[in-house]
Write a protein that binds this ligand. Structure first.
Ligand SMILES: [Zn+2]
Length: 212
């Protein structure tokens, strides 16, 4: 008569635990692959804009995300930016101030609209379709170093805002909003594109063409 021993039970538990371990390892591997894929996609362009001329951020007041995630379509209130998720209050305020300024400068400066036309895009339409998001802590460390205030994957409508965005002047922020919209429209950037302009060169081009 076969005896059911404690060892059998132990063996079964161990097999069960190993199966659980394998499942957990597979899940972790999948997560690592997903994170790696996201990071790879975002390295297409990280725009270190206004590298030398940003002010330090007041971290205390930038730690509480706002729940005021306003969304507006092109046909509703175009001068209100489309926001996905929560933004830190100072970033939210800066975006609300600078976005209509960017729209205004784009409307009133044909050379500014030509920057988009050369890419086969309509600048006002691109601004109306852009989705602004708060950079996560992980992405902040990866892409917001070196003075970057925002970054955009080329041809992506999603612009990630770094904490540093809050410290920009309104005109600087408006310039950056147009700069990122140019990436959305397909403009590449050095060094990812060896033929592309440097971030500061794109800023200067925007300032000149858009009357900032
Ligand atoms: Zn850029």
């Amino acid at each position: 008569m076969k005896q059911t021993t404690g060892i059998d039970v132990h063996e079964n538990d161990r097999k069960s635990q190993c199966a659980a371990c394998r499942t957990a390892r597979a899940a972790r591997k999948t997560l690592r692959c997903t994170v790696a894929a996201i990071l790879w996609a975002l390295t297409v362009t990280a725009a270190p804009a206004f590298a030398g001329d940003v002010e330090s951020i007041d971290g205390r007041s930038s730690t509480q995300p706002t729940t005021m995630a306003e969304k507006a379509g092109y046909d509703e209130t175009f001068e209100v930016p489309r926001i996905s998720g929560a933004l830190y209050p100072k970033i939210h305020n800066k975006l609300q101030q600078a976005f209509p300024v960017a729209v205004d400068h784009l409307r009133n400066n044909p050379e500014c609209r030509d920057l988009f036309a050369e890419l086969g895009a309509d600048g006002l339409e691109k601004l109306s379709m852009t989705l602004y998001r708060q950079s996560t802590m992980m992405l902040e460390k990866r892409f917001c170093r070196g003075g970057a205030a925002a970054f955009t994957v080329i041809r992506s409508p999603q612009v990630m805002l770094c904490k540093r965005f809050a410290s920009l002047g309104t005109m600087q922020a408006a310039t950056l909003i147009i700069h990122e919209s140019l990436h959305y429209s397909g403009m590449s950037e050095w060094p990812k594109d060896p033929q592309g302009l440097e971030p500061r060169e794109i800023n200067n081009m925007v300032k000149k063409a858009c009357g900032f």
